[in-house]
Design a protein around this ligand. Structure first.
Ligand SMILES: [Zn+2]
Length: 106
């Protein structure tokens, strides 16, 4: 793996945990592919709006930036991402379409 140096701190390596993540540029490319895969729509409400990447398993818990873990959800005060963080949705991954379907829990 290529090691990048922080320009403001020459010689300082990024912390080790970065190794579980994609590099920043690769991550941005992944996000674009993910959003395009869902036609730039929120996977829950299908609105074309500000999207963010929701990880069904948190990145902090060593999850991966992959289609089977990431889902585009809309941002905002009453957005689907907020609802997902509150556990309002049930996500089911379909390996055939490489997409999640979203159901609202009752
Ligand atoms: Zn939404």
């Amino acid at each position: 793996m290529r090691v990048e140096r922080a320009s403001s701190h020459p010689g300082l390596m990024f912390p080790k945990r970065r190794e579980v993540r994609l590099e920043v540029r690769a991550y941005r490319g992944f996000i674009e592919r993910l959003f395009a895969h869902y036609d730039w729509r929120c996977a829950a409400c299908h609105k074309v709006t500000h999207l963010t990447c929701h990880h069904t398993i948190k990145r902090s818990r060593l999850c991966r930036d992959t289609f089977d873990n990431c889902i585009p959800l809309c941002l905002g005060m009453f957005g689907c991402h907020d609802a997902a963080e509150r556990g309002a949705f049930l996500f089911t991954y379909n390996p055939m379409t490489e997409r999640f379907t979203v159901a609202r829990k009752v």
